[in-house]
Design a protein around this ligand. Sequence first.
Ligand SMILES: Nc1ncnc2c1ncn2[C@@H]1O[C@H](COP(=O)(O)OP(=O)(O)OP(=O)(O)O)[C@@H](O)[C@H]1O
Length: 262
Amino acid sequence: MSDLTISGLDAGYGGHPIISGFNLPPLTAGEVVSVVGPNGAGKSTLLRSLAGLIPAHGSIRLDEAELTRLSLADRAKRVTYMPQTLPQGVALTVLETVVASIRATPLRGAVYTDAQAAERAYEVLQRINAEALAGQRLDRLSGGQKQLAGLAQALAREPRLLLLDEPTSALDLHYQLRVLDLAREAAAERGMTVMIVLHDLQAAARVSDRIAVMAKGRLVAFGTPDEAITPDILAEVYRVSARVQRCDRGALQVMIDDVLTG
Ligand SMILES: Nc1ncnc2c1ncn2[C@@H]1O[C@H](COP(=O)(O)OP(=O)(O)OP(=O)(O)O)[C@@H](O)[C@H]1O
């Protein structure tokens, strides 16, 4: 059974197309897919269009539902988008924002007492080693701490499709790896499909079952990390001369030799 299928997707801003006729082979529940590509390739636009945050035409099928035909409220029950930057000026504690996320999750949120929702929110924070942030105000956190809080809010909703837009850009090395490992765990244990925009190709290879490489609003390559991250594709998309190899522990490594000019 195919769980997420995107076909003929057009999306853009103010009538100006950024993505057009975009197709992605079917993704299955439990799968982690990274979306990589140069600045301005349309990665965030793709995620925003899947989340219903910008107008889009075409087909986005998630399980049996055609997302483009659902109301935003029904779509939000299935899809959660974590943006690159969280809203400013939220004077709530991190725990309160995670509780609000749980409350906004139908089925589960509605049946919890206040104490149960707070307990569940604390568990989610513990899961990402961020329980120390529980009592801190969101608007007083560092950039990386805000990202962790945003991730906790997103995980707490337990969506079918979780869209993470550069979720590790402000995180230190430990939390980058931790957050990506958590995304994998969440996908496997809860049967979510997770799409993550990343710039770090080695991190993308580590976390992903498959990688989508985008450039200029198009899908340039899609496949396992070994299929999608090749010297030819890196030269075409990023204009760099690179070597790609597996280290003796199996991790994919990308070595950049030169920037291609001309
Ligand atoms: N709100 C907006 N209004 C108008 N154009 C936009 C808007 N957001 C993005 N764009 C344009 O859409 C194109 C794709 O942007 P997008 O943010 O999707 O790229 P990206 O691949 O996520 O880039 P980056 O890696 O730099 O975050 C760019 O040309 C950008 O200028």
